[in-house]
Design a protein around this ligand. Structure first.
Ligand SMILES: *[C@@H]1O[C@H](CO)[C@@H](O)[C@H](O)[C@H]1NC(C)=O
Ligand SMILES: *[C@@H]1O[C@H](CO)[C@@H](O)[C@H](O)[C@H]1NC(C)=O
Length: 390
């Protein structure tokens, strides 16, 4: 058992940036992003409705892991919104795989194969995999016999243009391929973590080479300030928590008066809003729907309202300097909508990277709770600050 491991995350380019450089890949408009809630297996009736596509949705944060002996290196998203680990493999001959690092099992002395195949679904596309086991290294952590998917096929759209190779899921085993321990379960079972906790810090001003950090086995108090607010996980599938209220500026909406749910998802970039609330939210923010996203005048950002989420007994502010994205002089509100509802009919939000840039997030595996604290680089100027709920 050893000290927490810090894994630097890089920020990949967004699809919009790639399109600017390379032109629009054929078919992209029809397949990206889909409904960002599509990947969740929430049970019960799920209403799925295709949405208008706004392209500035897929900026991802990823870090490096090794697979096999000796390790072959891959860039993966540390994704709290899924639970499987997969990497591209030499089984896959599609152009998307050839564009990425591919695992060659023949070069690993510790590889064990199988003939079990699965399809894994994500908000941005599906990948088919065959399962195998091998050693996985993350910084100084060495996990033996980790189950992982080796891709058999990856569609060119969108995988060719994505800056990462694979995905390392950190959600609960209930949404993983059944019967195999997840990487998190192995980390705990093989006593690789000093504490069964991991935490994320996403940079407010990410560059291509540095986007933040994931810390396995602990928290870094230098990366946040003030109190940590702990929200219990309400269903141990995703890191799903309760949202007790939502306010635009000082005006509390009634949207969450019966309670809302929020999935804390490091694999989603934007703030995802329950579909029925989108028109009213955009109106309150003065945003115009367009091909480029939900446009606002860049000059009006200082006058725009702060959004507040009531979580764990506190109002957590999200100021316009965080939820408005500026790109080449164009300002858009960093929201998208989902029509997937929580299994229990509560409106469902997805608290993605945009929210998590403002809040250092701590995932407490032993106590099934998520902690939020103002990120050190977070904006300190907002009218209410973090206030306890009355
Ligand atoms: C990883 O191992 C190296 C060499 O053993 C050591 O110098 C370094 O401090 C370790 N890093 C962490 C984060 O544990
Ligand atoms: C995988 O490694 C083996 C052994 O070195 C080699 O023969 C094979 O060509 C490699 N496969 C690919 C697709 O690179």
């Amino acid at each position: 058992v050893s000290a927490p491991r810090r894994i630097p995350l890089r920020r990949g380019r967004s699809v919009q940036e790639l399109i600017r450089e390379q032109g629009l890949p054929e078919g992209l408009l029809n397949t990206l992003p889909g409904d960002p809630g599509r990947k969740y297996q929430l049970g019960g009736a799920v209403a799925y409705e295709p949405l208008l596509n706004h392209l500035d949705v897929s900026t991802f944060y990823f870090g490096e892991i090794g697979v096999g002996t000796p390790p072959q290196n891959f860039l993966v998203i540390f994704d709290t919104g899924s639970a499987n680990l997969w990497v591209p493999s030499t089984y896959c001959q599609s152009p998307a795989c050839e564009d990425h690092a591919r695992f060659n099992h023949s070069l690993s002395s510790t590889f064990l194969g199988s003939d079990a195949t699965y399809t894994l679904s994500y908000g941005f596309g599906d990948v088919s995999v065959v399962l195998g086991r091998d050693t996985v290294t993350i910084q100084n952590i060495t996990l033996s016999n980790q189950e992982l998917g080796l891709s058999l096929d990856e569609p060119s759209t969108p995988f060719s243009s994505l800056g990462f190779d694979g995905i390392l899921g950190m959600a609960y085993p209930g949404v993983a391929i059944p019967g195999f321990p997840t990487l998190l379960q192995n980390l705990v079972q093989q006593e690789q973590l000093s504490k069964p906790v991991f935490s994320f810090s996403f940079s407010r001003n990410p560059t291509y080479n540095y986007g933040g950090e994931v810390i396995l086995g602990g928290v870094d108090p230098q990366l946040f300030s003030g109190e940590v607010f702990w929200a219990p996980v309400i269903q141990e599938l995703y890191w799903k928590i309760g949202i007790e209220g939502f306010s635009v500026g000082l005006e509390v909406t009634g949207w969450c008066s019966q309670g809302c749910h929020g999935i804390v998802d490091t694999g989603t970039f934007l703030l995802t809003v329950p579909g029925p609330f989108m028109p009213a939210l955009l109106q309150a923010l003065g945003a115009q729907d367009s091909d480029q996203g939900f446009l606002v005048d860049c000059g009006s950002i200082p006058k725009m309202p702060t959004l507040y989420f009531a979580i764990a007994g506190a109002w957590l502010p999200l100021p316009p300097s965080v939820y408005v994205l500026q790109n080449d002089g164009i300002c858009t509100v960093g929201v998208e909508s989902t029509y997937v509802s929580s299994g229990s009919s509560q409106p469902l939000w997805i608290l993605g990277n945009l929210f998590l840039r403002q809040y250092y997030s701590i995932f407490d595996v032993a106590n099934n709770r998520v902690g939020f604290a103002t990120a050190s680089s977070g904006c300190e100027h907002h009218p209410r600050g973090i206030l306890a709920l009355e």
